[in-house]
Design a binder for this molecule. Structure first.
Ligand SMILES: N[C@@H](CCC(=O)N[C@@H](CS)C(=O)NCC(=O)O)C(=O)O
Length: 236
């Protein structure tokens, strides 16, 4: 059977898992072309790219022949297509806010995709102030919608929505790949930690994660910046 989608991304969780969580949860079939295919698209003249873009993730909806770049836009596209938004204007907007917040957290934890490396001093300040504040922001939004330490969804919907998937893709992936961060999340966002674990344990997502780890191991964002994060985590 033909795949529904092709996801062009590095063999890393990081931004990719946001999309993989949604694709798995929606019951889709997708492939991930090899790095050489991604590199060929990324480095092609923009006039020859199927969609002019700078950096992956890039999604190809093969049936509709639609290309989407930018992680938040890909989630929005899949959310619309697979009816994963809450379908309430305020909650839909909040879903997009949470996805935007997640993207900001990814930028911060990687010092803007490795533009600089972490010093111990800068990391200690980050895990003292900004990272706990981000965790508390997610926790407060969830609790305002009835999320508790052991039950509920991010926006108070009866079923998991795109918001739950994005929240789990951020926090469950981060704490799975960088377990030293888990105690911080449990302290500042216990309900988010539990929600993320519940979503990550849903059968389709759990199967995707298990297969992923078996094939690719424990890397998070890759490259020198991941080495830098692991170095400062060891020194904390
Ligand atoms: N704003 C983009 C950021 C994309 C991005 O920075 N991708 C990284 C990997 S996570 C990359 O491949 N960067 C290489 C580059 O910018 O050339 C998104 O959310 O998708």
């Amino acid at each position: 059977m033909a795949e529904d989608y092709s996801l062009y991304y590095w063999p890393l969780p990081f931004r990719g898992h946001f999309i993989r969580y949604v694709l798995a949860h929606a019951g889709t079939r997708w492939d991930e072309p090899p790095i050489e295919a991604l590199a060929a698209l990324k480095n092609a003249p923009v006039s020859e790219q199927p969609l002019p873009f700078m950096a992956p993730p890039l999604l190809h909806d093969r049936g509709a022949d639609i290309w989407v770049a930018q992680m938040p836009a890909i989630l929005a596209y899949l959310g619309e297509k697979h009816a994963l938004y809450p379908c309430d204007p305020a909650k839909d907007a909040l879903t997009n806010t949470l996805i935007g917040n997640a993207g900001d957290v990814l930028e911060e934890i990687t010092c803007n995709c490795g533009r600089t490396m972490w010093s111990q001093e800068a990391w200690d300040a980050f895990v003292d102030v900004r990272l706990p504040r981000w965790m508390a922001i997610f926790e407060e939004i969830g609790r305002r919608h009835g999320l508790t330490d052991d039950a509920g969804t991010m926006l108070g919907t009866p079923q998991s929505t795109l918001a739950d998937l994005a929240v789990a893709a951020l926090w469950a992936t981060m704490t799975e790949c960088l377990p030293a961060i888990e105690p911080l999340l449990k302290t500042h966002a216990p309900a988010i930690a539990a929600l993320s674990n519940r979503v990550a344990a849903m059968p389709a997502i759990s199967a995707m994660r298990a297969e992923w780890r078996a094939q690719h191991g424990e890397a998070y964002c890759g490259g020198q910046i991941e080495a830098s994060i692991r170095h400062v985590l060891a020194g904390s």
